[in-house]
Design a protein around this ligand. Structure first.
Ligand SMILES: [Zn+2]
Ligand SMILES: [Zn+2]
Length: 342
């Protein structure tokens, strides 16, 4: 019997997240065992608990973004050693399909995801393929590194990879949650002018600190601001991190001809697109899913050099997962929650 660790586990859909003892995993061939130092809590974790997204066989340990130290190497692993500080790409991919071979690993047709179909990092330890591991510069703290694979790399992939955001463009970011606040920084870094929307003043304040023009949708007219900023033409790119029928409709209505709407949040519902305006203005609606491993490598580098700042709203010990979940549901945080194992 292997020694135990504490872990956040889904035992049945629609229940609560339980913290329980689980055996410390043994790294298989090609895998490394990581001692987890921080693990990002994502609202997707709540969708996984509810059964709205499925995890395969239960019980399952959640946690799809984490950072820590390598403590053990599985058979055949080279290039890493115990003590290396690392973070972990979410998708465990085949490496052979056309998407993997062209670097678009987020589209791999036979992937398993850490914290979804495989056990994740809301635990004392996690075993992952060495191919998923990215080393951390010494300047990068574990909690900051923990939220790079999802909250930060996803926005990098969406804006830079899918949206091709560049110098002088005007970008509208709908929603300043754990994703949007990093989107603001990335779009600014790429040289864009950025409008960021929220109903929460505390979130808008941080968005402004990172260089966005803040707009409170509860009290101000987004349409007027976009009109004034773009001379009535509309923005080049809308990054929709809200994902409702209303947000898509509004985003499309504020795009310039040839503009792109990035659908980053997965939708609860189908959305409607008026075909004639889309046709006439040659606009694009682009799905954005997660990030490639190369996206993660790039955000690790940008964060390590101080050009990107992961925004963490709160830290909770793993044992306090229930409190952390309630805090996430309340929605009063700016940035991500990081769980820390003892
Ligand atoms: Zn997530
Ligand atoms: Zn593949």
């Amino acid at each position: 019997m292997s020694p135990a660790m504490r872990a956040v586990v889904v035992t049945r859909y629609g229940g609560t997240l339980e913290v329980m003892d689980r055996p410390i995993p043994c790294p298989g061939a090609g895998e490394v065992l990581i001692r987890v130092r921080g693990s990002g809590l994502c609202s997707t974790d709540l969708h996984l608990l509810s059964g709205r997204m499925l995890l395969g066989d239960l019980p399952r340990i959640l946690g799809h973004e984490s950072a820590g130290d390598i403590v053990e190497l599985g058979e055949g692993v080279t290039g890493w050693k115990a003590g290396d500080r690392v973070t972990v790409a979410v998708d465990v991919v085949c490496g052979r399909c056309r998407h993997c071979l062209t670097g678009q690993t987020q589209r791999c047709t036979s992937m398993q995801r850490i914290g979804f179909e495989r056990d994740g990092g809301h635990a004392g330890y996690v075993a992952v393929p060495a191919a998923n591991v990215v080393g951390l510069p010494s300047t990068l703290a574990y909690d900051a590194a923990a939220i790079l694979p999802d909250a930060v790399a996803c926005m990098y992939h969406s804006l830079i990879g899918q949206g091709r955001v560049g110098i002088g463009q005007k970008v509208l970011i709908l929603g300043v949650g754990g994703l949007g606040i990093h989107g603001v920084q990335i779009a600014r870094m790429a040289g864009a002018e950025v409008i960021a929307t929220s109903r929460r003043p505390e979130r808008l304040k941080i968005a402004e600190q990172y260089g966005a023009i803040p707009l409170n949708t509860a009290t101000q007219s987004l349409r007027k601001l976009v009109y004034d900023l773009t001379g009535g033409e509309g923005v080049d790119v809308v990054a929709d991190t809200i994902g409702t029928r209303a947000s898509v409709r509004e985003g499309l209505s504020l795009l310039r001809p040839g503009g792109k709407l990035l659908a980053i949040a997965y939708l609860d519902e189908t959305f409607e697109v008026d075909s004639l305006p889309l046709f006439k203005a040659e606009q694009e609606v682009i799905g954005c899913r997660g990030s490639s491993k190369q996206d993660l490598v790039e955000v690790v580098r940008l964060t390590g050099s101080g050009r990107l700042t992961p925004v963490i709203g709160a830290h909770y010990p793993l044992e306090q997962i229930e409190t952390a979940v309630r805090r996430l549901e309340r929605g009063d945080l700016v940035g991500r929650i990081v769980l820390t194992p003892e």
